[in-house]
Design a protein around this ligand. Structure first.
Ligand code: URA
Length: 426
């Protein structure tokens, strides 16, 4: 088999054979297929797609590139997991994992780093002094068993093909392909051996899926892959036309997540956290649990503190703050009717919250703080956004992506907020 014929098959809109798929994933994982060749194949897949059989085989080959885990024999609680397809200000895993654990499930949350303009859970948590994303399988099980939840990087042994391909797609403009997103997420989740999975499929400008039709296609592809592998899988389609909460950036989002765990925080973050928690608890067979109570009575916060400490972090440490701030004032008084998730995500990324090359570090304190959400009244000359960075020479570049990022309508204009949860696929 040679890689050029595999690339040509997809470039010419053909169907990849099972043998071609198995070979190319294995050869790429072993370093026999070069990054530039895999980038060409990923771009051909993005442009020409894959059918359901190809996606199932691609996913199976990614799972087979590494080990499979099985928690069922070593844990006394049912496992529940969720995965988001990626959004702006999407810090939901941070309050959700300890919340669902506080309600009685075991939550093994293997998470990722930022991808394109979307933030990554691990990058966010690494802004907590001392916190470690890299755990051995034994450490992961011990944190999970001891606290009920663990959020960590997938070990090198778990779907290593996805690890390489994910980092490559991030920097080659090949993220937004339904077959690649579905196989990336589901290979990790199936290999991790979770019993149930809730997918948060984001829709809107800040998501990889811009339309509800594409999001439905991605959700149903992933739900089918999960069910075929014996994982109870459901998907919520959720709005990503505007950022979640009031922050986009690593430490900024940790701060907001802790506010939610303390019983406060922005209403949309609380609403989505509770909706996903109910889905996860249902899927895990814990229908009587009350996540709203676990947020209000401090038990979710208690799991958070123990989980962070078990991974070397100090839950009481001050979070990093960027060296420089720049405030964008509202140019008019009125109702904020649009605050674009993609533009805010790109600004946060340019300020240093995300990466341009796969080996780049991220800045813990960088990002965008929003002082209003769509539907709020804003006042001319008052702060609308605060930009944070350690590299102030990036302000101009970030401001460019914000030039048409919001609309303000005259005072008194009526505005209906979009629901957060748009649909459910199971
Ligand atoms: N999250 C993943 O794990 N993979 C993708 O491809 C996109 C989002």
């Amino acid at each position: 088999m040679d890689v050029i014929s595999v690339i040509r098959t997809k470039r010419d809109k053909g169907e990849l054979s099972p043998e071609q798929i198995d070979w190319v994933i294995d050869a790429y994982t072993r370093g026999e297929v070069a990054d530039e060749q895999m980038s060409a194949l990923a771009m051909a897949i993005l442009l020409n797609g894959m059918n359901r059989d190809e996606i199932a085989r691609w996913t199976a080959a990614m799972i087979a590139s590494g080990e499979r885990m099985d928690f069922s024999s070593s844990l006394s609680r049912p496992t529940a997991d969720k995965h988001s397809t990626g959004g702006v200000g999407d810090k939901i895993t941070l309050p959700l994992a300890p919340l669902v654990a506080a309600c009685g499930a075991a939550v093994p949350q293997l998470s990722g780093r930022g991808l394109g303009h979307t933030g990554g859970t691990l990058d966010k948590l690494e802004s907590i002094p001392g916190w470690r994303a890299l755990l051995s399988n034994e450490e992961m099980l011990s944190v999970l068993d001891g606290t009920g939840a663990v959020i960590c990087a997938a070990g090198d042994g778990l779907a290593p093909a996805d690890k390489k391909l994910y980092a490559l797609r991030d920097v080659t403009g090949t993220v937004e392909a339904i077959p690649l997103i579905a196989s990336s997420i589901m290979s990790k989740k199936i290999a991790e051996g979770t019993g149930s999975l809730v997918l948060d499929v984001k829709v809107g400008s800040g998501a990889f899926m811009k339309t509800i039709e594409d999001a439905r296609e991605l959700a149903s592809t992933m739900v089918a892959l999960g069910k075929d592998s014996g994982v109870r899988t459901a998907a919520l389609l959720t709005d990503m036309s505007t950022p979640l909460g009031l922050t986009a950036g690593n430490a900024l989002e940790v701060r907001e997540s802790v506010e939610v765990l303390a019983g406060g925080g922005p209403a949309d973050v609380v609403e989505l956290t509770l909706a996903l928690a109910r889905e996860m608890l249902d899927a895990a067979g814990l229908k009587d649990a009350d996540p709203a109570k676990a947020l209000a009575d401090g038990s979710a916060m208690d799991v958070w503190r123990r989980m962070i400490a078990a991974q070397g972090g100090d839950p009481d440490a001050a979070l990093p703050v960027a060296r420089e701030q720049h405030v964008v004032m509202a140019p008019a008084t009125g109702v904020l009717t649009r605050l674009d998730a993609y533009d805010i995500g790109v600004a946060a990324w340019r300020l240093g919250a995300g990466r341009a090359r796969k080996e780049d570090p991220v800045q813990a304190g960088a990002g965008v703080e929003m002082h209003a959400k769509p539907g709020d009244t804003v006042t001319a000359g008052r702060p609308l956004l605060t930009l944070h960075t350690d590299t102030p020479e990036k302000f101009d570049y970030a401001l460019k992506s914000l030039e048409s990022s919001f609309d303000i309508a005259p005072e008194g204009t009526s505005f209906t907020r979009k629901p957060i949860v748009l649909d459910r696929i199971a």
